[in-house]
Design a protein around this ligand. Sequence first.
Ligand code: TRP
Length: 452
Amino acid sequence: MAEQKSMHGLWRSRWLFILAATGSAVGLGNIWKFPYIAGENGGGAFVLVYLLCICLIGIPVMIAEVTLGRLGRQSPINTMHALVKDQGAPKFWGGIGWMGAIAGFLILSFYSVIAGWSLAYVIRMAGGVFDGATSDSVGATFGDLLANPEALLGWHTIFMVLTIGIVSRGVNKGLEKAISVLMPMLFLILLLLLGYSMSTEGFGLGINFMFSFDFSKINNESIIVALGHAFFTLSLGMGAIMAYGAYMPQKASVGKTVLMVAGLDTLIAIIAGLVIFPIVFTNGLEAGAGPGLLFQTLPLAFSQMPAGTLFGTLFFLLVAFAALSSAISLAEPVVAWAVESKGMSRVSAATWIGIIIWLLGIGSLLSFNLWAEYTLFGKNFFDVLDFLTANIMLPLGGLLIAVFVGWVMNGKDVQEEVRMESPLMYTVWRFILKFIAPVAVVIVLVNGLIPS
Ligand code: TRP
């Protein structure tokens, strides 16, 4: 395909792409979701399956997604259209872009609600609500927040306004700078918390929980959750990374860049687990506490450490920022499409899309209180959205991307665009993308979805 230009601008360097992609990857998935689903699925063996999914499926698919984006240089929907035409492929492959857009809407709608919790906790921390906290009192504080739809709506609204505010300003302005300050700070505070958790009695138990592989705790559902999370945490399968790839400078090598992003993302998830589980075991909390795990363990830790109020406030603020740098990558693909194809200005595209997502999010926040009883297969609205997107739509999107790049596209075009330094690495990547990743995703999806 002839070389394309992005109408939305480019990252100023390869480093800024790494930073932006890492900002997208590192978010609530690492700090909030990973520890609680690892807890619910029994720890060790789940962590191992998750790591396997990252290496064998996530990284190869991420390379494919970035490559597609950089070839097309447009929103995922239009990139896929252009590539389908260029490669003479059947039209339905364009569906990758559309399904991704829908997944992005759904994910951001509940993501924003949870990000709202972290904003609420900034205020609670700063106000000293957790001074002298006990495991019962942190549970009660969290329960009170969830029982209050107005409060949840307020925080969800603030978070959506922030997200849309950034997306409507475009790629270069502000965003690149904000991420480059916030991500290192988040990392530092996590390390500080790691230092604290290493000093607790439960540290050994925490390590044991995360790294002792007891396969009796693994079943088809936990494997599908591990696979879904590998996609979720790397922001794969819906076009976010494709959209970011479209703004990547031409010369940069895709492989190395992706390894860096995936490595940082995994490191931060592991550290978050090593912070949270020791605190769980030291304080007699439940590892399988569910979505509230982060919000019940960390306030306890902060209430016990020197200058805990300050660090706690800062920590939840950074969680909210990490969520923000991820949220913008969920909105960007659709906003970019509306700008390209609907002739809308960025501001109005972002605003309309923001309003629709905000409305959807109300369903998720009500499922923690007024709508808690309305369930489907034992899952409330929030759980259904989470399961449907992370565990079905993202792996399916990733599968289609792997097959499209591995089998449908002309191999020469692909090789030219990925620009791997080593021919061996290219061969290995292509082999995994063609054979291992698609087969693994199909097996996991089929096993996980058909009730045994
Ligand atoms: N990866 C982010 C996290 O771990 C969430 C996220 C951002 C995402 N963009 C995405 C998930 C695209 C799936 C698809 O918090």
